[in-house]
Design a protein around this ligand. Structure first.
Ligand code: SAH
Length: 429
């Protein structure tokens, strides 16, 4: 077992997550993102709209970056939240205009991998050029090193330095003075009982906040030239209901689902068969309204059409309930197909998600009008369903498959959980 529970690298990432939960930044940039372990956790915090990672080592980034892709539920149940993820290869010592104006920049166990000259450039780029509202910097606290069993020299072979608390504080104060920030010094990884005061945390953390709000950023904006020195490695936009195509697709699924439910209910009432979806719907607590509506007494009428075929209509006493009737299966055909008409008004008032997504019955009509998988009545006031629609014909199946592939769902891959990087000494303990 390691020295810390949870492991130190987890505690550092948890520190960032807790900050994100409290401050709800919209744009977050992780410097030295390596295999994107922190980014993968941050993507679940959907107040974040833009999540970006930067690392000098493109090979590390590419290893597991596909684990940042949306998963099936992101496609099947998209929310209104928007999220774009981008990964860049580049050095924190160089400027790139695309990373300016973020709410939060994190630099977790990165600066100790830089030479002191590059730390100067890092300060200038991050605090002087990117000018985010908040910056979280973590780095080893060398005061703590005597407590790390078996440690000789630095904690990692690539570290160029490990600062004492006094050294970290002096760098942080200088940055604040030079670039207009204030800092709170803290950390993660508690010292043994009674030693905390003397040695501090195992990982020291500076939380910086920019002074003077937004104006400062604008001031820098004026004289900044647009440099693009990083290479884009990966970019993905998460499905969101703000995207009209996705909204239509989700709405269409809801409409088909609820229309089918209502159809089965009405048919069951007409034929006297028990409808097993009825109990299910009630248990879900959804659509209570519509079932009450369709529980009203219905009369059946039998009439003869001009061409002699039977048309059986389920007529409700009040306007706006469903209807069962016969139509020719093809124009000019003498085969007849039984159809059910489900009024949009009924769908809208009894299916909460349908009303939420569409806003109004007339909007619902507009959204469904050029939707090939939903057939509307001629006046556009109802959805028409075939009585027997369980079996898709070949064409329909083709269409379904195309939709599925279109949605990007088929491409969604979930990568196995990543092995998180441990520091040299952590791996050895
Ligand atoms: N932040 C990660 C990884 C820390 S290891 C975590 O919390 O686990 C340090 C990372 O910084 C490495 O992935 C390394 O490639 C990257 N790095 C080193 N020098 C860099 C530079 N100049 N610019 C950007 N990234 C750098």
């Amino acid at each position: 077992m390691g020295l810390f529970t949870p492991a130190l690298h987890r505690q550092r990432h948890q520190f960032v997550i807790d900050f994100v939960k409290r401050k709800k930044p919209k744009k977050v940039l992780d410097l030295g993102c390596c295999e994107c372990v922190l980014l993968k956790q941050l993507k679940f915090h959907r107040e974040i709209e833009l999540l970006v990672g930067l690392d000098i080592d493109g090979v590390q980034v590419k290893k597991k970056m596909h684990g940042l892709a949306p998963i099936s539920t992101d496609y099947l149940q998209p929310s209104y939240d928007q999220l774009r993820i981008e990964l860049y290869q580049g050095s924190v010592t160089e400027k790139d205009a695309r990373l300016r104006g973020f709410d939060l920049v994190t630099s977790i166990e990165l600066i100790e991998h830089l030479t002191l000259a590059d730390v100067e450039l890092f300060s200038e780029v991050v605090f002087g050029y990117l000018t985010p509202e908040a910056v979280i910097v973590s780095t080893p606290n060398s005061d703590f090193n005597p407590f790390l069993p078996g440690l000789v020299g630095f904690r990692h072979s690539d570290h160029k330095f490990e600062w004492t608390r006094a050294e970290f504080k002096s760098w942080a104060m200088k940055v604040c003075l030079q670039y207009g920030y204030e800092v709170e010094l803290t950390g993660v990884g508690q010292a043994p009982p009674g030693q905390q005061e003397r040695v501090g945390f195992c990982s020291q953390i500076g939380v910086f906040h920019r002074l003077g709000g937004k104006e400062r950023y604008n001031m820098f904006d004026e004289d900044a030239e647009d440099v693009f020195s990083y290479t884009l490695l990966y970019s993905i936009i998460y499905p969101s209901l703000h995207d009209n195509n996705i909204l239509r697709r989700v709405l269409m699924c809801e409409v088909v689902y609820w229309a089918e439910k209502l159809k089965r209910r009405w048919i069951a009432e007409e034929t006297g068969e028990r409808d097993d979806t009825y109990d299910l719907c009630q248990a879900e607590g959804e659509g209570g309204e519509c079932f009450r509506a369709s529980e009203r007494h219905v009369d059946t009428e039998e009439t003869q059409t001009a061409c002699g075929a039977e048309m059986k209509t389920l007529v409700d006493q009040e306007e706006g309930d469903g209807e069962l009737f016969w139509t020719p299966s093809q124009p000019d055909s003498d085969k007849w197909r039984r159809r059910v008409s489900v009024p949009l008004a009924v769908l809208w008032c009894c299916c909460p998600k349908v009303s939420l997504l569409s806003g109004s019955v007339s909007n619902l009509r507009l959204l469904l009008m050029d939707e090939p998988r939903v057939k509307l009545s001629q006046d556009g006031s109802a959805v028409l369903l075939n009585h027997q629609e369980q079996d898709l014909d070949d064409d329909d199946e083709e269409e379904h498959r195309a939709d599925f592939e279109d949605s990007g769902y088929a491409e969604a891959r979930q990568c196995p959980p990543s092995a998180e990087p441990a520091e040299d000494w952590e791996a050895n303990v």
